[in-house]
Design a protein around this ligand. Structure first.
Ligand SMILES: [Zn+2]
Length: 322
């Protein structure tokens, strides 16, 4: 981290961001996203730290079942980005399309249809402003534009005392599930037709650590609003996280942990033996009434001044209202 990174970057918005505390007193540029997910089945799998015993040799108390590993940031990132796009669209602006116009999409006209429903062509926003739209600015675009948001993997362990929530870690229990699809045809006598293995995590509880490489106030506002949106729509198919959604996987309770907390207070949030302190409650009040609205105002100013100028489709915006 270089000096000065924990000061707000002036993004020349029409509003003045007025905070009761300096950002140096906040956890920023780190943003801790609290996660509670009963069942998660990341589409691109889970990286585990060891080979595990085969299903028939599984014993519940075998130490070999105490598997640690990582949830891929790609699954998490796509989900967060989708939340960010929705926030921008609900505000009446269009979001940068995540894919290249000449991408090899599996369905015909998908890009054109998206452009009619709340998206603009990736990078088209660079014509209006050097930084592009807030989505482009935050997540990056073409090769030379890496984005401003560092998204880490979430490391997990079934053993709570080995979990450090300050380090993007979660308690979670890994299992590999095997599904047998059996023949319905009487002649086959119920023979298995195929087997499908699936990696799942149960009872995920911990943090996902994001770091802003550039601390623009509208970025903070966007992350706050996107995480709220994802939490409010957590059981809606499009906003569940990962795969196996029809089976209730990926319903994520998520929240941004109060950036006014000290690191010790962040740990306390996940300590079942300790309640929040009076100091934490006071910080919650200050954050909700005086800090959060300022960051959201910065986001609104940016979407209104720049992204709002982008041509909207003739159709309805892609925004889903709750
Ligand atoms: Zn854009």
């Amino acid at each position: 981290m270089t000096a000065g990174e924990s000061a707000l970057v002036d993004s020349h918005l029409d509003v003045e961001v007025e905070l009761p505390r300096s950002v140096e007193e906040m956890l920023l540029p780190d943003v801790y996203v609290g996660l509670e997910i009963d069942l998660l089945s990341p589409g691109d799998g889970i990286v585990t730290d060891r080979h595990h015993a085969s299903a028939e040799r599984y014993e519940a108390d075998d130490a070999m079942n105490q598997i640690e590993g990582q949830i891929s940031p790609f699954t998490l990132s796509g989900w967060l980005r989708h939340g960010c796009e929705q926030v921008v669209q609900v505000a009446g602006a269009t979001a940068c399309h995540p894919g290249e116009p000449d991408g090899d999409y599996m369905r015909a006209n998908v890009y054109e249809r998206d452009l009619d429903s709340g998206y603009h062509e990736k990078g088209a926003c660079l014509d209006d402003h050097d930084d592009g739209c807030v989505i482009y600015d935050l997540f990056g675009g073409f090769g030379s534009q890496p984005g401003k948001l560092l998204r880490r993997p979430v490391s997990f362990s079934p053993i709570r005392r080995q979990v450090d929530v300050l380090d993007s870690e979660a308690e979670a229990h890994y299992r590999q599930l095997s599904n047998q699809v059996r023949s319905r045809n009487e002649e086959d006598g119920g023979l298995p037709l195929r087997q499908a293995d699936r990696d799942v995590l149960g009872n995920v509880e911990g943090t996902w650590l994001l770091t802003l490489r550039e601390l623009k106030p509208e970025f903070v506002g966007l992350l706050l609003e996107a995480v709220s949106f994802l939490d409010a729509h957590s059981d809606q198919f499009e906003f569940q996280l990962g795969g196996a959604r029809n089976f209730g996987a990926g319903i994520a309770d998520v929240w941004v942990i109060n950036p006014l907390y000290s690191k010790r207070e962040v740990r306390r949030v996940f300590n079942r033996a300790q309640d929040a302190t009076a100091a934490m409650a006071e910080k919650d009040e200050v954050w909700e009434s005086e800090c959060r609205p300022e960051f959201v105002r910065a986001l609104q100013a940016r979407t209104a001044s720049r992204d709002g100028d982008l041509p909207m489709s003739d159709g309805e915006s892609g925004g889903e209202s709750a």
